[in-house]
Write a protein that binds this ligand. Sequence first.
Ligand code: ADP
Length: 217
Amino acid sequence: MKAIVLFGSPGSGKGTQAKLLTECLGIPHVSTGEMLREAVRSGKGVTPKTAAKMHAGILVKDEVVEALVDERLSRPDAANGFVLDGYPRTLEQAAHLAGWMKGREIRELVIHLAVDYNIIIARLTGRRECPRCGTPYNVVLRPPKTDELCDLDGERLVRRDDDREEVIRARLEAYEQQTRPVLEFFETNGGRVIRVDAGNDPPEAVYQKIRQAMENR
Ligand code: ADP
């Protein structure tokens, strides 16, 4: 059973590393941000209040994400493991997950992607993605070959709704105040935490560091 929790601030590369891990390990990527955006798009399972919070970069209610994650982890494809991305993000969610794990005698491995604040800002403000295939870009750090068009399918790149400057600020504040303490929670509750310096290297190199650290455990 591989229960992996990717931990890090917005823009630390959790989504990118989660994709690489799930491809390699054959376990699903469980991203609360993606699940919530999908729920907002389809208009099912979330209230307008939840959508408004996401739009403003504020965390949504614990019960809302806990229910989404519990349901997702109970599906058959998660029986051999999963990669959690963006959850838990509050102490309440961390306690909820700990209860879930304990009941199943699972111990999670937490991978902390540590990235400098200035790099985070550059990543988030320049971030774009292809609306068709989801390939991520950065107009400064990793630009497409042709001006704002996807290298793979030529689609015009889009900016995520919450990657606007004032919303980025709110998201980083939520991280500092509500999410950072979760790391301490893991450390003091016997969690296995691996810190990976994820600021300066390209995604592939960060991924190699993660695999190396996992093997050394
Ligand atoms: P980020 O790049 O900020 O990590 P995500 O895609 O993980 O973005 O999340 C987008 C938004 O979805 C968050 O700003 C928040 O409103 C909501 N969200 C995602 N995960 C959680 C969570 N575990 N608890 C509360 N809100 C969440």
